[in-house]
Design a protein. Structure first.
Length: 367
């Protein structure tokens, strides 16, 4: 016979174990989905993605890569042709099954905020809350105060700044307590200074209420600064998925390397542990056979320019975060060089290129 205390303790331990198991399971499971707008062109192809509860995940890629289409199949605005999408174990979409957007516990923030101009801020925030059912008024007030929109609840949309519209749009999504929040380029309409300030603030707020987020963006800086994980999408497939550190320091191919850090991709040949390229020698820290042809990832700050051995022309110059960023080219190649010293070079000036750091990453090898 077991005592009541023992039975209760066992039930509590089982419940805690189940909670731990649930936390280890992905809240969103996307498995080998296909989607197209026409039979001739696949927009999403064999795409898989798992997102854990409370994670902030960015989907990064160029225009036309499939980012927004992925968002639309997750929130139910589009139907998939193969594979499945599950949220907390519940099937949302498959080839033969589809739950409509309003019945999914998914919030979406669009690029243009999608606020109603004929409603004031308070009415916009409360729009979509089911008045027939009881909603948590205390939680709604908490979100309003957390996002600091309580001071302009009676204002209309055209009386708000870009940052204020962003907060109202976020509040409207969060008061519904979505299991998943989707954000489609939400900061792109804001100026740079406000964009940086708002995204830092929003990240803290979302972490504070343990919200699971998928951000759609083409901005690598934005993805790196906000995310727990980044998925790089190309031609409708996630080609690399990992932490910002992994994506930044270990890009899987030259497309990702260029997108993340404006990398220079050089071709070379290995000889006695040295990679010989057209601009000089780099070190190989991997054991490859001599005469292997490789592609290496050289960051702009690993190169410098000098007024000797003039083989390149400066075709572009920018001042970025205290450094000069130069783009130089000759008849065969184009390189990006980042210089943090006081010496300044000028547009159309003929220069030479030097290697400041010989340690590189091999991103492609031909055996």
């Amino acid at each position: 016979m077991f005592s009541c205390l023992e039975i209760c303790q066992n039930e509590w331990e089982v419940e805690m174990t189940n909670d731990r198991d649930d936390n280890n399971k992905p809240i969103l499971e996307i498995d080998k989905i296909f989607f197209s707008y026409s039979k001739d062109e696949k927009i999403l192809s064999n795409l898989s993605l798992n997102v854990n509860k409370g994670e902030f995940v960015s989907i990064l890629g160029d225009s036309g890569a499939g980012k927004t289409s992925l968002l639309r199949v997750i929130n139910g605005l589009e139907k998939i042709e193969e594979g499945y999408i599950r949220l907390e174990g519940q099937l949302l979409s498959s080839a033969f099954y589809h739950i409509s957007p309003e019945k999914r516990s998914v919030g979406t923030i669009f690029q243009d905020f999608a606020l109603f101009p004929h409603l004031n801020v308070k009415e916009n925030i409360y729009f979509g809350l089911n008045k027939k059912d009881k909603y948590d008024e205390t939680f709604v007030e908490h979100i309003i105060n957390l996002l600091r929109v309580e001071k302009y609840l009676n204002r209309y949309v055209d009386e708000l700044s870009g940052g204020q519209k962003q907060r109202v749009s976020l509040a409207r999504s969060l008061v519904r307590k979505p299991k998943l929040l989707l954000m489609d380029e939400p900061f792109s309409n804001l100026d740079r200074g406000l964009r940086v300030e708002i995204r830092r603030e929003i990240k803290m707020i979302l972490k504070n209420i343990d919200t699971t987020v998928i951000l759609i963006t083409h901005d690598s800086e934005e993805a790196l600064s906000l995310s727990d994980k980044i998925g790089f999408i190309l031609s409708g497939e996630i080609i690399q998925y990992g932490t910002p550190f992994d994506i930044f320091y270990d890009p899987k191919n030259e497309i990702i390397a260029k997108a993340i850090r404006n990398s220079n991709i050089l071709e070379g040949e290995i000889s006695n542990g040295i990679i010989n390229t057209e601009i000089g020698k780099f070190k190989s820290h991997s054991k490859f056979k001599d005469k292997n042809k490789v592609k290496i990832n050289v960051y702009p700050n690993q190169l410098g320019i000098v007024r000797d051995n003039k083989q390149f022309t400066i075709i572009q110059k920018e001042f970025v975060d205290g450094d000069y960023l130069y783009i130089i080219e000759n008849s065969d190649n184009k390189f990006i060089v980042r210089m943090n010293n006081s010496e300044e070079f000028y547009l159309n000036e003929l220069v030479g290129v030097v290697i400041k750091d010989t340690n590189v990453q091999i991103i492609n090898i031909s055996l």
